[in-house]
Design a protein around this ligand. Structure first.
Ligand code: NDP
Length: 304
């Protein structure tokens, strides 16, 4: 049976570190860090994410500044908002909630954020610094996952790590961070051949594909550390019956409520084989927000 890597508890500890650091700044006569969150349109999931980020700011004493723009916002209006936030001396972090409504080009927008305020770590300069192993603002999810793995004493040096997914926000930076910790890293994606065999080699397996329950228990090396980044909503009973065969509570919830959240890994099956595993929900999700606030504090301190 696996040890549960409790992302929620670790996120609480990270937020407490942020809170006490903010408190210390204020006691020293400095201003509180400020995070600006830009939301374009009314995507319900994005609205929830923004609400949770603002709530976490309040909890830690970080000031939040929300900019809600209509769905029809033009690229030039959004850019003008970004440039104004870049110039604002009391704004330390700028987060543009993704995805952006069409036809806005997220990459082009993110490139216009001042890299010193790029708390999502998506600006090419920050990604370049990560590539070179230099200090900079790093993508929140993989950065916070690394923070948790270290806190749990997971040994990475010399281990085989497999990262499933190659996005710029999770997969690629996760792989670079594991490499930095001396793991031997393989990145897999939708064209990778024989994923099960590759996964079976992994001492550390990170799943970030957005594919509900794709990773079966039999794909996992006994004793492996499994980090499940995926967050998926399952509504189809047939799929649920297949992937929740060893997760009766999830199946019950699906039947009772018509939908249930799960990761990319079949938790019930993996739990029997892995050495340690993150649940979904309560694993990587809460860590991401904690990582964002850590980055906001870091940006504030770096800007002096
Ligand atoms: P993307 O859609 O940007 O990337 C998904 C990656 O998975 C791609 O590289 C894709 O390959 C790969 N992939 C998809 N299907 C398969 C497959 N069948 N076999 C192998 N590889 C596959 O997603 P994100 O990286 O943004 O997010 C991944 C998941 O993590 C999502 O569920 C998302 O909701 C979740 N997430 C969770 C966060 C949290 O806080 N817990 C934060 C961010 C994301 P290819 O490149 O070839 O298309």
């Amino acid at each position: 049976m696996a040890q549960i890597l409790d992302g929620k508890a670790h996120a609480d500890r990270m937020l407490e570190v942020v809170r006490t650091s903010v408190e210390a700044r204020i006691s020293a006569g400095l201003r509180a860090p400020c995070l600006a969150v830009v939301l374009v349109g009314e995507n319900p999931a994005s609205q929830v994410y923004v609400k949770n980020k603002v709530a976490a700011c309040i909890r830690t004493g970080i000031r939040s500044l929300e900019r809600f723009l209509p769905e029809t916002t033009s690229s030039s209006t959004l850019l003008a908002t970004i440039l104004q936030l870049n110039e604002a001396p009391d704004v330390d972090g700028i987060l543009v909630q993704l995805p952006l409504p069409k036809p806005l080009d997220a990459k082009a927008i993110v490139q216009r954020i001042d890299p010193a305020k790029d708390v999502d770590g998506l600006h090419p300069l920050n990604q370049g610094l990560l590539f070179q192993g230099q200090k900079g603002l790093r993508p929140c999810t993989p950065n916070a996952v690394m923070n948790m793995l270290k806190a749990y004493g997971v040994v990475m040096q010399g281990k085989r790590a497999v990262v499933l997914g190659r996005s710029e926000i999770v997969g690629k930076p996760m792989a670079l961070m594991l490499l930095e910790e001396q793991a031997t890293v393989t990145i897999a994606h939708s064209r990778t051949l024989d994923l099960p065999a590759l996964c079976r080699e992994a001492d550390i397996l990170v799943a970030a594909m957005g594919q509900p329950g794709l990773v079966e228990g039999s794909w996992i090396k006994p004793g492996a550390v499994v980090v499940d980044v995926g967050i998926n909503r399952v509504e189809k009973l047939g799929l649920g019956e297949r992937i929740f065969a060893k997760d009766p509570k999830k199946l019950e919830t699906l039947k009772a409520k018509g939908s249930v959240l799960c990761g990319d890994v079949r938790y019930g099956e993996a739990f029997e084989v892995a050495g340690a595993i993150t649940p979904v929900p309560g694993g990587v999700g809460p860590l991401t927000i904690a990582g964002l606030l850590m980055n906001t504090l870091q940006a504030c301190e770096a800007r002096g």
